[in-house]
Design a protein around this ligand. Structure first.
Ligand code: HEC
Ligand SMILES: [Cu+2]
Length: 362
């Protein structure tokens, strides 16, 4: 009991410990946010105490002492009225000033922040590092002690990024960008969650923020960007569906539904069988086999990625961007392998069922 009560009063958070009220504090803005919280909390304790104590005291002091007791009702008390106007005004003024300072600090990312592009989508987070050409899903690696700016958008509905230990939170909105920034103060893993109810699996829309030493960051990201280099062909499909498919997801589904582009479901069978009709009326089957344009069907996929306008699939516009220079040869191979093994990577509803390392997702 006593322990719980003292717990309620301990207000200083640290990186290793949270308090009864707040999770641990692991970013530079946490101090300001926590100070604000503590200030308001203590104002509450203080007024709770004087209000309850005087209420009890007045109840006793001014109680009806005999059944016939009559007294004059209260009228004005200028001093009292001024006090209960001016004191709260000052308090609210202080809260506003301190809060506004912290808020402005939270809104403006420092010059030269490391930028990450975040995409929310039912029900996962994708983090792209343009500086390294690396993409992470459900994981975000950042350096300690460096400001990081997240530039965020959504592919479908409203989501919201919340990293409780960093005290930052911002809505993620389809059709526009929002941003937030933080500077982590301690190496470790922190949870990021979606905090805008976004449908069935909202509660599973989680990611882990890995804060690593700043001098390891460059090597880690470079390795991540080229992790496929050391993979065997058998490992490529799981890599591709987790690390590369997020660049296609806005236009290509895995569940057979038509989007801006044709679904990837059954794509390999269609391509292998030459069963694709182009907008010119030509059939892919006439371009497959010896002494034809493509020869092997794999070449058609390769060309779809590098020169998508050359042969448009009938019924679609030339909306696909070229991935020339953006995908390395081995990544193109990984995508082709992904198409060939799509059945083993997804379930009937088109949900991805393997992790990047090939283990099944739960
Ligand atoms: C902005 C939308 C968009 C994105 C992003 C996109 N594509 Fe496409 N893609 C299309 C459209 C539209 C078509 C159909 C027209 C055409 O053939 O270019 C298409 C066609 C294709 C085809 C031929 C499909 C068939 O049925 O013959 C392949 C293969 C393909 N895309 C692969 C990819 C891959 C792999 C990615 C991600 C690395 C990707 N696309 C990203 C819009 C997109
Ligand atoms: Cu969400």
């Amino acid at each position: 009991m006593i322990e719980t009560l003292t717990q309620l009063l301990i207000t200083t958070t640290t990186v290793d410990n949270g308090t009864f009220w707040l999770p641990k504090a692991a970013s530079t803005v946490a101090e300001d946010v926590d100070f604000m919280f503590e200030l308001i909390n203590w104002i509450n304790y203080f007024f709770f105490a004087i209000i309850v104590i005087s209420m009890v005291y007045f109840c006793i002091k001014y109680r009806r002492k005999s059944p016939n007791m009559v007294c004059e009702g209260p009228t004005h008390n200028t001093a009292l009225e001024l006090t209960w106007t001016i004191v709260p005004l000052i308090l609210v003024g202080v809260i506003f000033t301190v809060g506004m300072r912290g808020y402005l600090d939270l809104r403006e990312a420092p010059e030269g922040s490391y930028e990450v592009q975040v995409t929310g989508q039912k029900w996962s987070w994708t983090f792209a590092h343009p500086e390294y050409g690396a993409t992470q899903v459900a994981e975000l690696t950042v350096p300690v002690g460096k400001p990081v700016r997240l530039l965020m958008t959504s592919n479908d509905v409203l989501h919201s990024v919340w990293i409780p230990d960093f005290r930052v939170k911002m809505d993620v909105v389809p059709g526009r960008y929002t941003s937030l920034w933080f500077e982590a103060t301690k190496v470790g893993d922190y949870q990021l969650k979606c905090t805008e109810y976004c449908g069935k699996d909202h509660s599973k829309m989680l990611a882990t923020v890995h804060v690593i030493p700043a001098d390891e960051f460059d090597a880690t990201m470079t390795k991540l960007a080229s992790e496929y280099e050391d993979m065997s062909v058998g490992q490529l499909p799981a890599y591709a569906i987790n690390r590369l498919y997020n660049r296609c997801v806005s236009c290509h589904s895995l569940d057979g539904s038509t989007g801006t582009g044709p679904s990837f479901k059954g794509l390999w069978d269609r391509v292998k069988g030459g069963d694709v009709t182009f907008s010119s009326g030509e059939k892919l089957s006439s371009l497959l086999g010896d002494a034809t344009l493509y020869g092997e069907p794999e070449n058609y996929i390769r060309e779809s990625l590098l020169d998508p306008q050359k042969h448009l699939v009938k019924g679609f516009l030339g909306a696909m961007p070229s991935f020339q220079g953006q995908l390395k040869e081995k990544q193109i191979l990984a995508i082709i392998e992904m198409f060939k093994h799509l059945d083993e990577l997804t379930d009937e509803q088109g949900n991805i069922t393997v992790n990047p390392d090939g283990t099944p997702t739960e």
